[in-house]
Design a protein around this ligand. Structure first.
Ligand code: ATP
Ligand code: MG
Length: 743
């Protein structure tokens, strides 16, 4: 038996990888090799035990993680592992439903609706259910429906168990929404999981086929599975019962998406014969970073108490930086980035900046752009959210599935074909009266079977559109996908339309980018390519925008950073109200989740960690003065240093177009020097009414010394004072914090 490659594992990891009989629970902290164990376990199964990859199912949290695991496996196994089922729950379920969904009435050519499509459908469903979308906005209803679906609550059950008026409203919309999804041959993201569970429950013979096939099942990041996902795992593992799940309860950060930490604890109950393995050695981070992380998470109460140690060197202290505001914070990140890469010890790709909310990326992006430092943003599904990208995808979806009325509505007048809203509404209600899809209505109207009562001009426009799509449908069966792509773009008039737009060039570039997404499918037979192309487009999750080949600093939310690692990490916004998020203030369970989120961020770092905060922050319209994050208070002072290495300020590569600050001429040091943060929260709010100051007043500051007031400006609940200090230079201070004295 060939087991040479297992020498890459330590004894505990190796034991876990080789425990291939029966249920196995691997509980271990960050960086201890959980993902590595799964990968090697698969290699062991195939290479040593001789299991056919076809009989293996492995679930990862993101598509990116699946890709990485596949690449790793191909190296370990010297060849392709195409036959293995490896992907996210959503991708795996999409595959099962395409193959077997028909047994519960799901059309094999179903489309997957994303959040945007879903919102449109919900608006329509609300109107139909006589619910005012202004009073009950679609995103709110969408969240309630998603929550219900992840707990496997059907519209009927929802209606029965509703507790209040809002539930009643949601129940009404939910019912209508489900009908509309099926009329559109569509499923939403939650459905992918839910319908697969329904399929398995209603058709035991189909479930049996999958149970027989998958001799070995593995799930990474098990702590962030939801109820439906766990149900799926239990169903699939019901045959051979060789199921290994790995997770870290301290890294459970998706409860807002109905992930349920209790799954980890229930696993032991549901599989009482489960072996439990612990991995305790961390290979990722320096000892100081690991100790920082351990101290932060130690303050949570609900823990399994997983141990973690490392043989790695102590490394540099964790750097705590306080900036005046979010612009200075961003500037410090960029400068330090330049210093790190200038030292040649780090490349841009080695560095990540992590934040709590997407909105925080704006200030960072601005600084990176101003300083000319390349960065890549892993925010939202940005590319796929662009209008032109969505428009073109809507064409392909409609060609693929003419019953998809949401896509049809998106492009019926895009590019503009002279169809007024009124005519479109008429056509819609005519379709509804006849109980046919919108596309069928166009067909009947065009072929003259029956015509809606519309002006001849409108009918002619509908007719042109119908024939256009019909033509594309025919072409989709005969042309390779790239040719079809070009035809759709040209013949629909969309490219001409885009060219005439002020930002047309940029938007055409995005279309070109979408074309490259279709490229790998060009070798497939005409007719076979559209479905996998659309599927790959629907399933791109946020982290999939990350392109390792391109050099640049990664800007990423803490949630998206899960499972990843970077040699250097900057975490910004370590302030009360930001991290922890203010919404968690009066909910102890949520506060624990915020702490776990902080822990996840800290444990992404291999060699360098920077924790930044701003004294004053403008975020999403408001401006606040925030206390340092309570999580900083958990870090012992001996692990940290409070000064950024800014002795040798780096010149920006691109000269600043305008000043970053109105107080820029000051020496490069924190505006307000911080007391040691590790020992406790540094600054306390002074409640006493501060004395009034006016321009020209001579003042004294405890740290900056003597100075003179240059200006005063009343701000919300406070006064901003600019003081020219004799030695420290110009400083902008908030009066209530500054403890200035008149001299
Ligand atoms: P997370 O909880 O963050 O997902 P993890 O437990 O999945 O972490 P891995 O990502 O598998 O940890 O491993 C962390 C790092 O340590 C990786 O770079 C991995 O290659 C390395 N590593 C793990 N085990 C070993 C080992 N036995 N020898 C050398 N390197 C190892
Ligand atoms: Mg992992």
């Amino acid at each position: 038996m060939n087991t040479d490659f297992l020498k890459d594992l330590n004894p505990a990891q190796r034991k876990a990888a080789e425990a291939i009989k029966g249920p196995v629970l691997i509980l271990a902290g960050p960086g201890s090799g959980k993902t590595r164990v799964i990968t090697y376990r698969i290699a062991y199964l195939v290479r040593t035990v001789g299991i056919n990859p076809h009989r293996i199912l492995a679930v990862t949290f993101t598509n990116k993680a699946a890709r990485e695991m596949r690449e790793r496996l191909e190296k370990l196994l010297f060849g392709s592992v195409k036959d293995m089922t490896l992907g996210t729950f959503h991708a795996i379920c999409a595959g099962i439903l395409r193959k077997d969904g028909e047994a519960i009435g799901i059309h094999p050519e179903f489309v997957i609706f994303d959040a945007d499509d879903q919102e449109k459908l919900l608006k329509q469903a609300s109107i139909d259910a006589k619910v005012d979308p202004k009073q009950f906005p679609a995103p709110k209803i969408a969240a309630a429906i998603s929550q219900a679906k992840s707990q496997m609550v059907t519209p009927e059950k929802f209606k029965e168990t509703g507790k209040n008026y809002f539930d009643e409203i949601v129940g009404r919309v939910y019912e209508r929404y489900e009908k509309m999804l099926s009329q559109n041959n569509a499923v939403d993201f939650d459905d992918l999981l839910l319908k697969t569970v329904f399929l398995f429950k209603r058709k035991p013979e189909i479930l049996k086929r999958y149970q027989d096939r998958y001799v070995h099942i593995m799930v990474d990041e098990f702590q962030d599975t939801n109820l439906v996902q766990y149900e799926l795992v239990k169903l699939l593992a019901g045959g051979h019962r060789n199921i290994a799940v790995v997770g870290d309860p301290d890294q459970s950060i998706y409860s807002w998406r109905a992930a349920d930490l209790r799954n980890v604890f229930n696993f032991e109950k549901d599989f009482p014969d489960a072996q439990i393995h612990y991995l305790e050695q961390n290979y990722r981070s320096t000892a100081k970073i690991l100790e920082t992380a351990s101290n932060i998470i130690a303050d949570n109460r609900t823990r399994k108490g997983i141990k973690l140690w490392t043989e790695n060197e102590p490394g540099e202290p964790v750097c705590l930086i306080e900036a005046y505001n979010e612009q200075e914070e961003a500037q410090m990140v960029v400068r330090e980035t330049e210093r790190l890469t200038g030292s040649k010890k780090f490349r841009l790709n080695d560095i990540a900046v992590m934040y709590r909310t997407n909105a925080q990326s704006r200030a960072l992006e601005e600084a990176f752009i101003r300083y000319g430092v390349p960065y890549k943003l892993v925010a939202g599904t940005r590319f796929y959210e662009r209008r032109e990208v969505k428009d073109l995808i809507a064409y392909f979806r409609l060609i693929h599935n003419p019953a998809d009325s949401v896509s049809l509505m998106r492009i019926i007048n895009m590019p503009p074909r002279g169809l007024g809203d009124k005519s479109i509404l008429e056509m819609q209600s005519w379709a509804k009266q006849h109980d046919i899809s919108l596309f069928e209505a166009l067909e009947q109207s065009s072929t003259g079977v029956d015509k809606p009562p519309l002006a001849a001009r409108a009918l002619a426009s509908f007719d042109i559109f119908y024939k256009l799509i019909r033509g594309f449908i025919a072409e989709s069966k005969t042309l390779p996908i790239l040719e079809l792509f070009d035809h759709v773009l040209e013949k629909s008039g969309y490219s001409t339309y885009l060219k005439a737009q002020p930002d047309g060039e940029e938007r055409l570039e995005n279309i070109a980018e979408l074309r490259t997404v279709a490229e790998p499918f060009n070798s497939l037979l005409p007719g076979d390519a559209l479905s996998p192309f659309l599927e790959s487009v629907s399933l791109v999750s946020d982290v999939d925008n990350l392109d390792e080949t391109e050099g640049g600093v990664t800007l990423i939310t803490l949630h998206q950073a899960k499972g990843l690692e970077f040699p250097a990490v900057f975490m910004v916004g370590l302030e009360e109200g930001v991290l922890p998020h203010f919404r968690s203030f009066d909910d102890p369970a949520q506060m624990e989740e915020e702490r776990r989120l902080c822990y996840v961020g800290v444990t992404r770092a291999k060699r360098r960690l920077y924790l930044l905060r701003a004294f004053r922050r403008s975020l999403m319209g408001g401006s606040t003065v925030n206390e340092p994050s309570r999580f900083l208070a958990s870090i012992p002072a001996h692990l940290t240093t409070a000064t950024a290495a800014r002795e040798e300020p780096v010149k920006p590569l691109i000269p600043l177009q305008k000043k970053l600050y109105d107080y820029a001429e000051r020496p490069a040091q924190p505006t307000i020097p911080s007391a040691p943060i590790g020992g406790g929260i540094a600054r306390t709010h002074v409640k006493a009414t501060p004395p009034a100051f006016k321009t020209g007043d001579q003042v004294k500051h405890a740290v900056f010394g003597d100075g003179v007031v240059i200006s005063t400006l009343p701000v919300k609940d406070d006064t901003e004072v600019v003081v020219a200090f004799k030695t420290a230079g110009l400083k902008k201070l908030l009066l209530s914090f500054a403890r200035l004295e008149k001299t």
